[in-house]
Write a protein that binds this ligand. Sequence first.
Ligand SMILES: Cc1ncc(COP(=O)(O)O)c(C=O)c1O
Length: 357
Amino acid sequence: MSRLIRAVIDTGALRHNLQTIRARAAGARVLAVVKANAYGHGLVQTARALPEADAFAVARLEEGIRLREHGVRHPVVLLEGVFTAEQLREAARYELELVVHDALQVHLLEADAAGHRFRLWLKIDTGMNRLGFRAGEFPEALRRLERLPSPPLEVRLMTHLARADDSPAQTREQLARFRQAIRGHLGATSIANSAGVFGETAVGGEWVRPGLALYGASPFADRSAADLKLRPAMTLTTSVIAVRSVPRGETVGYGGTWRAERDSRIAIAAAGYGDGLPWALPNGTPVLVDGRRAPLCGRVSMDMIAVDVTGWGPIEVGTPVVLWGEGLAVEEVARRAGTIAYELLCGVSQRVPLEMR
Ligand SMILES: Cc1ncc(COP(=O)(O)O)c(C=O)c1O
């Protein structure tokens, strides 16, 4: 087995984060969001590592089918629902639950001659302006669902927060719209993503829908995962494959974006944008070489990075290098690349083996 780049997934951290979310969400049930290959952590492996989750949420039908084909028996919710009669049949066959966010989807259910019965999550748009019925359209959509020839097993009500990470005012506004829209209607509700669970505004709801927090990253710019008592689940790790001397004045890598100001020792590590490391990472981005911070020098290549270890003791081929995870928050690396932790985690490429621990 290659000891080069791999994503080590700490299943204990996944379980710890689920417990932390549970404690914070006082009594709410947890719909663990495992879409996009569980944010890069492995869809099936993550679901298997979290048997205590109350249900799993994915974006697409194929993801739900994959969970079923690998024996996951928990309730599984399709966050985007289905878009064709064929998909509706498949969702029924695999006993998936559907988000209904659009009149087309109500129509598909009405036109379903086989009369499949689903648990439905009716989505109300309270300000995200992405998916969902507007408050004024919601009563009619609900009425149509309640009158389906084969009534739903249950209709739950949900909305999604656009700025729970940075705008309590907008969150309060969305909550007010949601409460106003569902007034007088029975049904379990689901509102909070990770930022909704950990934010200052009490969001409530019978179900929470955390993604990022499960994986041990913080959705907030000003609060770390450690502040939220979360532990990183993924450590992206590789090793040194060459060490070289670079004379003062020479440059390293494509484009010559880093020049040695002194005679330098440069470690080359096996990780690049072909693995999901952003090309945009600038000089100075930290990586951990044998547990110590060292700055990136020169551009990220497809398969390699260069790291300045001038003045360090002996660094050898095989010395471990951590790109993010234990000891180096993915949020910090993301900030250096001008992106978000979500994108880095989801972007770990297919050639990177996952190692569940
Ligand atoms: C509808 C819905 N709910 C919950 C989540 C989880 O969000 P987060 O990862 O910020 O917790 C997402 C993620 O994008 C989502 O689209």
